[in-house]
Design a protein around this ligand. Sequence first.
Ligand SMILES: Cc1cc2nc3c(=O)[nH]c(=O)nc-3n(C[C@H](O)[C@H](O)[C@H](O)COP(=O)(O)OP(=O)(O)OC[C@H]3O[C@@H](n4cnc5c(N)ncnc54)[C@H](O)[C@@H]3O)c2cc1C
Length: 365
Amino acid sequence: MIHIVGGGMVGASLATALARQGRDVQLFERQPFVDSDPGDARVSALNSATLDWLSAQGIHPNTHPFQYMHVFAQHASAELRWGEATVPLGALVVNNHLQGVALQAAERAGVQVRFGDRLSWSDGLILNDQAVESELCIAADGARSQMRQQAGLALKPRDTGQNATFLRVQVEPTRVDTAGQVFLATGPLAFLPVAQDQAVLVWSRDIQAEPLSQSPQDVADLAAAAFEHRYGAFQAIGPATQVPLFDGHAQQYHRNGLVLVGDAAHQIHPLAGQGVNLGLADAASLAEAIQRRGATRSACAQYARQRYWANEGTRQAMRALQRVFGQQSGANNALLGLGLQVFSKSKILRLASQYLASGRYIRVH
Ligand SMILES: Cc1cc2nc3c(=O)[nH]c(=O)nc-3n(C[C@H](O)[C@H](O)[C@H](O)COP(=O)(O)OP(=O)(O)OC[C@H]3O[C@@H](n4cnc5c(N)ncnc54)[C@H](O)[C@@H]3O)c2cc1C
């Protein structure tokens, strides 16, 4: 029996993939699943590699595709645009909806899904105070993974010094084929189209910056102005929710029969919307290794070799982007403007960025 602790987007999708190989899988989720409001502001941008892999596992969430991406820095004189009308760059999904669809797919594939058990790790899995035998135990229990800590798989979370505010807004229907991002002196602000006339704003800001207003409409108005009204006016729907942002990476992905996936293994800044894409690429890689080598130490080693540097490379790229775009001064803005101009005129660089945005570089098959 393979045990998976954590039935979030990553754990539930991996459970489905393993059960479809004919493996016996038990999936433990702490909280009973509750369908959230479809207007939930917790959303993720999935790239095309992730969407293809989910579809191959029979996981078909409702998504909102976008064709173009648009990035600029406030006060810099150039901007980047890429994408084409016929090929979606990616698609937005409500996290809770993807989790629900993946849990249903897991049950259909024969996974035993259990809610509310007490789990811990002490040289093996402890289920409701009883040691249980596992072929392999997979920790998919998120950024604050207890399993990781109890197994001594060290991770030093780095406080990014930023938090993120989510807010769903009503927008003009013509603006919803483009995902956008503006880099402000206090951090990046993303515009993620999620429906025919709605988008989610994800505003990462320095904790030391002046706090945003408590009024969702004030936040919406400030964001529209920060985007220089390129996406028109925003009408706030629902509350503005704030979460702290962490950045960290476990130095080791597996030990003594426990292996980490998703945010339990790594957390990165959401500025390029890569977190769950990396987590699902982990799931694809581990499922493939188990298919080839069984639920063995050597499968875990193959998975760790494949994923550690891919995840670390993306994490370092996010940190570099944050440093370059975060330091806005007159001289830096001029350099940034020049860099963006070079980038936007170079066909090779534009193709490379499109390739990265699609996630094909992290594809494991
Ligand atoms: C502001 C923000 C914006 C983001 N935007 C994007 C984006 O656009 N694109 C993208 O790819 N990523 C994005 N991310 C990252 C993405 O949300 C995470 O990478 C993703 O949620 C990780 O999924 P996971 O399944 O590994 O962990 P989680 O989603 O944290 O799921 C872990 C699950 O484990 C369960 N659990 C925990 N402990 C136990 C236990 N002891 N027993 C049983 N169950 C347990 C939890 O209840 C939870 O359901 C963003 C993150 C933030 C903070």
